[in-house]
Design a protein. Sequence first.
Length: 192
Amino acid sequence: MSLVNVVSISDIVESISKHVPKNWGDEGPLSLANFPINAQSPFKFAARSVARLQAIKISSLNHHIEIIFQESHAAAKLDQCLHNSHEIGSGPCWFDWGDTGLPKISSTARSEAQRMLVHMSRWIDRFEVSLIKAQHSGFPTTISTSPSDGKYKNNGDSERLRVIGFRRDEIIEFLDSHNVPHSLRETYLSKN
C-alpha cells in the first residue's frame, strides 16, 4: 500500500494567501498620517529622527498587517468553498494524521478545522480593533491582543491545522474547480 500524498490546512491557507490581492498602495495600509507625530521623546531626539523611527515602525507594521489580511481572506475563502461543498454532499475527503502519522478519513477533523478556519478568517477584524485602540493612545509601540484574538483561538490549533488536510491531488482539483488561486501545484513540483 502506498502512502497518501496529503497537504495540511496550514499549507493550503498559506498557498492561497499568496494570491490574495492587496487593496492599498505600495507604501501599505498605514502611513504616518494615521498617527500623530510625537516630537517629545524621553531621549531628546530631534523631531526628524522620531519621524524616521516611526516610519520604520510603520513599515514593519504594514508588513504584519499584509500577512494578517491575506491569511484572513485565504481562510475565509477556503472555509466558504469547503462548507458549501459539504452542504451539497461534495468536496474533498478530510484526513487527520495527528495520532499515528498516517492519514485517516475523519469527519471530526473537518468540524474541528472549519471552526479554526472561521476564527482565522476574522483575524484581520480583531487586529483592526486593536490597532484602532492603539492609534487613540498615540503611536503604537506594541499592539496588544489577547492570545485568543490572534490567528488561533486555542493553544494547539496551529499544530492541529498541520495534521488535518486533504489528498494533494483532490484539493488542487477542488480549488481549481472553484477558481481559487493557489500555489499548491508549484510547491508539490518543487519538492519532487
